[in-house]
Design a protein around this ligand. Structure first.
Ligand SMILES: [Zn+2]
Length: 58
């Protein structure tokens, strides 16, 4: 179902995707929930396990 040109494009995309995924894996391993990222480390999602780790106040 794939033409030669499509396969070539797919291979190039796969390489870029692998690189991007490697970066994501490293960053996610070092970070927390998505909200933590979007808030630049200031806030956490309600169901995040890391929530309240720095502040004991409810
Ligand atoms: Zn979090």
């Amino acid at each position: 179902m794939s033409t030669p040109s499509h396969a070539r494009e797919q291979r190039r995309t796969a390489r870029l995707d692998r690189t991007a995924r490697a970066f994501t894996a490293v960053e996610l391993n070092d970070a927390c929930c998505e909200r933590w990222w979007t808030s630049l480390g200031w806030d956490h999602e309600p169901g995040c396990g890391q929530r309240g780790r720095h502040t004991s106040a409810a």
